[in-house]
Design a protein around this ligand. Sequence first.
Ligand SMILES: *[C@@H]1O[C@H](CO)[C@@H](O)[C@H](O)[C@H]1NC(C)=O
Ligand SMILES: *[C@@H]1O[C@H](CO)[C@@H](O)[C@H](O)[C@H]1NC(C)=O
Ligand SMILES: *[C@@H]1O[C@H](CO)[C@@H](O)[C@H](O)[C@H]1NC(C)=O
Length: 203
Amino acid sequence: MVETNTRKTSSHFSPMAKFLISTPFTLFLFSLLLTGESQNFSRNLPRKSLGLKKEKLSHLHFYFHDILSGRNPTAVRVASAAMTNSSLTLFGAVVMMDDPLTVGPDLKSKQVGRAQGIYASASLNELGFLMVLNYDFTEGKYNGSTLSILGRNSVLSEVREMPVVGGSGLFRFARGYAQAKTHTVDFKTGDAVVEYNVYVFHY
Ligand SMILES: *[C@@H]1O[C@H](CO)[C@@H](O)[C@H](O)[C@H]1NC(C)=O
Ligand SMILES: *[C@@H]1O[C@H](CO)[C@@H](O)[C@H](O)[C@H]1NC(C)=O
Ligand SMILES: *[C@@H]1O[C@H](CO)[C@@H](O)[C@H](O)[C@H]1NC(C)=O
């Protein structure tokens, strides 16, 4: 019964139409018509569709505490090479940090976030670190927003500059730079307090 019905229906089409329906190319065109924009993986958007208004420039100022010593270090060496300990620049040492960021140089002053990530000795001839980290802010309107830093830190220089390569939350589309200036360093333990000025464009 079903078979008879099908034959009847298809016999309504002319031989030319039957040919077109059966060609793979026509089937492809039909599938394009049916699925429409799902063939695209990208499109242009007006800025306001993401609520983006005017780009603004923000200045953040805080102190970074890198604590290697004691019972509660915030930075630990997680890897090194055979040559690292005999290298004057600790070449190859990789350190994971979760360093507190505070408003003042005193560790007990208000904490505004953490610097979470890696610094690694990447220079054979001077003390130079590759910095790969996120600032995770936990205070005020920036609570929950992050900034990502990727740069070179020649720690013995007076002022070091590292690019801000992006961000999340209120810092979406962020770009800018961070300037680091050593505030105090304990040469025995390696513990350091570093002052940061961060200048960032975002929306
Ligand atoms: C893909 O996107 C472009 C630009 O938005 C549009 O012109 C084009 O018709 C789209 N194509 C399909 C198959 O939807
Ligand atoms: C290098 O020195 C550190 C401590 O200063 C030690 O923990 C580590 O085991 C040493 N690594 C090698 C490969 O000797
Ligand atoms: C920051 O956000 C977290 C999670 O939403 C919340 O638990 C915390 O209380 C907030 N901190 C401040 C200082 O607002």
